[in-house]
Design a binder for this molecule. Sequence first.
Ligand code: APR
Length: 245
Amino acid sequence: MDELISKLKKLVSVSDKIVAFTGAGFSADSGISTFRGAGGLWSKYDPSIYADINYFIQDPSYYWNFFKDERYPTIKKAQPNDGHYALVELEKRGKIYRIITQNIDGLHQLAGSSDVIELHGNTRKIFCMSCNKNYSMNETYNILKRELPPRCSCGGILKPGTVLFGEPLPQAALDMANITAKNCDMFLVLGSSLVVYPAASLPAIAKKNDAVLVIVNIDPTPLDNIADIVINENVSKVLSKLISH
Ligand code: APR
């Protein structure tokens, strides 16, 4: 690993428009389960039932049980990990162009990263499907204690601000992510299986626009063959070594 990290260090030293593209593996060290890979959530919860917009419309209780039992307890107590703080340090050194995250936990912002695109929404924004009133994660959890699915004071059903399967990504976020991928000098994939589109199209767009493509992920990904560097290690450890002098 150290040889690959010193190669990465050299490439980072000549870059000043690095995009950090993060996935669930990036928040694993903060105690939030990944979806795929060892012990992934989708091996326990069928995403076509628990995280799909069409099923949600039919019966929102599956998603909200998943939120109550699984997501809320871990995200509520999650704190940024060494990987999040390493990206803040790289930003201080003028290396980071922008962060594009698939994560909905808000940990990049909590750690102090200033420019974050949330491709899949975020769990802080929960709203009423009838009157659009916003609810926090905590408020929603308290409603869930007394009724499932949770309803707004107007009677409407609450919907998460995260993008469910079958839903379009926030167009502004996706447009900005495409422009960012085309204008960076390094595209650093950190803890993503790269199997969910359109997010997973971004590394190839960056590569096509002459960026260096680096993938740091414990498991192999379908895009390893187009990457300049692949490091199959814990992302927090790799980034901590990357910023150490
Ligand atoms: N360090 C590096 N990689 C890790 C770590 C770690 N500590 N822990 C897990 N990984 C890797 C796993 O090997 C796996 O390939 O992180 C990857 C996480 O993959 P997914 O769980 O598929 O997460 P992600 O790529 O973000 O999923 C994309 O799928 O279900 C949807 O909307 C959801 O945003 C999510 C999208």
